[in-house]
Design a protein around this ligand. Structure first.
Ligand SMILES: *[C@@H]1O[C@H](CO)[C@@H](O)[C@H](O)[C@H]1NC(C)=O
Ligand SMILES: *[C@@H]1O[C@H](CO)[C@@H](O)[C@H](O)[C@H]1NC(C)=O
Length: 468
């Protein structure tokens, strides 16, 4: 009360000009505050930009038709594969090393023997063709996708959905979750579009430098537009998570909901603070007990593991063509390189096993089909270049975009994912995070490994979004 009186006396003691200046500054400060608050909430977008990635000069007009496509193989292709497999030179075994030195070559021989004598690529090709494939030209590139419609049912709501894969995966990762999504649940089913990232599998690789997640995002937005979808859902992990995120930033009005099973958030100071305070006072930085369990000890679970496991990333974001050359000539080298990731990224503990735990979650048929998609299309080098292009421009800008994401977002946090992302971190970028689930089991390749779990979390997310 006394203070107020003092303030009052001071104010009335001022002359008219002084009063005006004071009131003026108060109004200005209030205005600035209101502006800042508004700016925090305002939906910002990232520019669509443009690009052309074909060989040579840009064409004046582009064929916008959509062509049916089928995966094909030939006896020559299979014969060539067998000859190369038979000529493989293996390294001598190291005692008791499990998968600690990379793909265990004793186990590799077993995988390769299955590949050579039992795996039936012709049968797998027929299986791949059970869903309708298409290609269409966008920005100078032939873009491949599958398009699966749900069976017709009375009173069923059909929602369009795009699923985006990552590295070293392919559209094939989604073959098990697809029927669950098109089959539907509680009167909701999905019409699913599942493209190959340009440079991966059957999508043509860029002929020009600079093809990054923003370019892929724009191309996939064009694809959805060309297919006649003005509003749709998006789902992705790995590169798919970055690409679908960028799609949501470019055209938020088109994205009804974004569901991710990997989330990259790198906030300098806030992140550092939560790492220091988190283990002791988790509630202060918005951590749950489960977050603490998954994040700490931070050095061991994140820093050291990342150092041990991210060598491939450094190579691929600097000299992809050098390392890729060997992989593109040797099917066995390619299989070891790709399948090592399916072992370690499914569970870090798999490194201690002689067989990398690969067949615990996957069949050799499924794993080798994914390898064959890289092998037969010769796309390993272009798939690796995607790292270089994405890390090329200022990496802090790339990974910590200043632009938030404002579409309804859901995150399925799988316990064996490479880096755990607590809800309180995800929220700093995803401003409308309306769904977050600690998944009970599973790792990096969620759709491939735990299709049921991922599908049911996705249905729950969509139910929430459709209700509001
Ligand atoms: C594969 O792992 C087993 C078990 O740790 C080990 O005995 C064997 O030497 C390993 N093979 C190679 C080639 O490293
Ligand atoms: C594109 O999305 C990724 C993944 O979230 C993000 O790191 C990057 O900053 C985004 N790009 C821009 C320009 O915001």
């Amino acid at each position: 009360m006394r203070a107020l009186n003092v303030l009052k006396e001071t104010f009335f003691g001022l002359d008219a000009v002084q009063k005006q200046v004071l009131i003026g500054s108060a109004v200005a400060a209030g205005g600035l505050l209101a502006y800042l608050l508004h700016k925090r909430k305002a939906i910002r977008t990232i520019p669509l930009g443009k690009g052309w990635w074909g060989a040579g000069e840009k064409l004046l007009s582009e064929d916008q038709k959509i062509y049916p496509f089928q995966v094909k193989t030939s006896d020559e292709e299979i014969q060539d594969l067998y000859e190369r497999i038979d000529k493989t030179r293996y390294a001598d075994p190291l005692e008791d090393s499990g998968f600690q030195y990379g793909f265990n070559s004793t186990y590799l021989k077993k995988v390769v023997s299955y590949w050579r004598h039992e795996f039936d690529w012709k049968k797998q090709v027929a299986m791949l063709n059970k869903y309708p494939h298409f290609k269409t030209k966008i920005e100078g590139l032939d873009v491949h996708f599958i398009h699966v419609r749900p069976p017709h049912r009375e009173n069923q709501k059909v929602l369009p959905l795009m699923l985006v894969h990552g590295w070293p995966g392919s559209f094939y990762e989604f073959y098990r979750i697809l029927p669950l999504l098109t089959e539907g649940q509680d009167g909701v089913a999905f019409e699913v579009i599942c493209p190959s990232i340009p440079g991966y599998g059957f999508s043509e690789a860029s002929h020009k430098q600079g093809f990054d997640s923003l370019a892929a995002a724009r191309i996939f937005l064009t694809l959805m537009e060309r297919l006649g979808f003005s509003q749709f859902y998006l789902q992705g992990g790995d590169w798919g998570s970055l690409i679908t995120t960028n799609m949501s930033q470019m055209k938020p009005q088109c994205v009804k909901g974004l569901h991710l099973n990997m989330c990259m958030v790198m906030r300098g100071f806030k992140l550092l603070l939560s790492l220091i305070v988190g283990p002791y006072l988790p509630f202060l930085v918005g951590f749950s007990r489960e977050d603490v369990r998954r994040l700490f000890p931070y050095m061991e679970k994140n820093v050291w593991n990342m150092l041990k496991e991210s060598g491939y990333m450094h190579i691929q974001s600097t000299k992809p063509d050098t390392a890729g050359c060997g992989l593109n000539s040797s099917p066995v080298g390619l299989a070891a390189y790709i399948l090592e990731k399916f072992s370690t990224w499914t569970d870090m503990k798999n490194r201690d096993l002689a067989d990398g735990g690969l067949e615990r979650k996957f069949s050799l048929d499924d794993l080798l089909t994914n390898v064959m998609i890289y092998w037969t299309t010769g796309s390993i080098v272009s798939s690796m270049r995607f790292y270089k292009e994405n890390f090329k421009s200022d990496p802090s800008y790339r990974m910590d975009g200043r632009t938030g994401i404002f579409v309804p977002t859901g995150l399925a946090a799988f316990p064996a994912e490479l880096l755990h992302c607590p809800k309180s971190w995800a929220e700093t970028r995803y401003r409308n995070l309306c769904h977050y689930t600690f998944m009970p089991r599973g790792g990096h390749f969620a759709a491939f490994e735990e299709p049921q779990l991922l599908a049911s979390d996705f249905f729950q997310f969509v139910k929430k979004v459709e209700k509001s």
